[in-house]
Design a binder for this molecule. Structure first.
Ligand code: DAH
Length: 341
């Protein structure tokens, strides 16, 4: 039996030395040390021996088993070391950590804020969940006024003591006008880049939550000429060229006169193309001279001060600047889109 054990040991160690693949070493382990393995079988036969021999052979058998196991482990380490060092090419250049991209809306926001700051405007913020008062009443849009139908409002399902729905998701950035007047008084110059919400059917041109930039300029003797100059400056900065603008009458309850601002189409240069529906002009936003009622709501004397205001869709600006055809892309979190900027 002793010889048999020694023979097996030599045989196994010899085999192990020739093995090169992981699968072969695993098979060998099963073949000799597994439950039905050859060495296991011999050790199981010990019970047929006499007491003394059983002890001696038992000891020898276990020792051989240990040695074989050690050889197997060593081989396994060799094999895995061999493969991993071959798989790693230390001369390959490393993988660079990806740097994020700015959303095109943020790029335009940064440009706008930089421009307006350089012209002495404050950058303001206001609540997105707004009171009915600042969103409508203070802007000369009383309750039950037909002008409320101009904007599909998200009313918040919470009534005040009088039984009215008092909170809305702001439908425009204009509510910050009266907030700013109340806080800073006149003269005042400021812009509000921010998010607005409307109960819109979403399509390539409409989002239920979109972006606007509101501008407010109040001082003595402010006129439409000042408004035109600031709008032209802003658009020229965004589009990196001199732009031609056109002003038409429009109606907004918080301005008198109310105006619509168009820009000569930057795509066809005003000749007419599908982007401007062949008119040569693109609608950019609303504007006007601040209504005396709105100045009064802001505790500013309309006899002494006048001012202009405008509100432009800033996602619209970004779409035109970068040639983006679908407004939904901005908030899609689609990396294929974002990686382009
Ligand atoms: N708040 C208006 C809207 O969202 C846009 C607007 C029109 C803003 C005229 C103004 C303004 O400041 O003077 O439809």
């Amino acid at each position: 039996m002793k010889n048999e054990l020694q023979k097996i040991k030599e045989e196994v160690i010899n085999k192990i030395s020739k093995i090169k693949k992981e699968i072969d070493i695993n098979n060998l382990e099963i073949k000799y040390l597994g439950r039905k393995g050859e060495l296991t079988k011999i050790l199981r036969n010990l019970k047929n021996l006499g007491e003394e021999q059983k002890k001696e052979m038992g000891r020898l058998g276990n020792q051989i088993k240990k040695e074989i196991r050690k050889e197997i482990e060593r081989k396994k380490e060799d094999i895995s070391g061999y493969f991993s060092s071959r798989d790693i090419d230390v001369s390959l250049p490393g993988v660079k950590a990806e740097i994020g991209h700015l959303n095109p809306l943020t790029i335009v926001q940064n440009e706008l804020e930089e421009l307006f700051t350089s012209m002495g405007f404050m950058i303001l913020d206001g609540p997105e969940l707004e009171s009915d008062y600042y969103c409508f009443e203070a802007l000369n849009i009383p309750k039950n006024h037909p002008a409320r139908d101009m904007q599909d409002t998200f009313y918040i399902d919470k009534k005040n003591k009088e039984g009215d729905y008092d909170l809305v998701m702001r439908t425009h950035t204009s509510p910050v006008q009266v907030r700013a007047m109340q806080k800073y008084g006149a003269p005042f110059r400021g812009v509000v880049p921010g998010r607005a919400f409307r109960n819109e059917a979403v399509d390539a041109c409409h989002e239920h939550s979109f972006f606007q930039i509101e501008c407010l300029f109040i001082d003595e003797d402010i006129s439409v000429a000042n408004l035109k100059a600031v709008v032209r400056e802003m658009l020229s900065k965004i589009f990196e060229k001199d732009v031609t603008i056109r002003i038409r009458p429009g109606f907004f309850p918080f301005v008198e006169p109310g105006l619509e601002v168009d820009m000569s189409c930057t795509i066809c240069g005003g000749r007419g193309c599908p982007s401007c529906k062949n008119t040569g002009w693109l609608e950019m936003g609303g504007a006007g001279m601040i209504h005396p009622n709105v100045l009064r709501a802001g505790k500013i004397d309309p006899e002494k001060y006048s001012g202009f205001a405008f509100g432009f869709g800033w996602d619209r600006l970004a779409m035109m600047k970068f040639g983006i055809s679908d407004i939904r892309l901005f908030q899609s979190n689609n990396l294929k889109f974002l990686n382009q900027f």
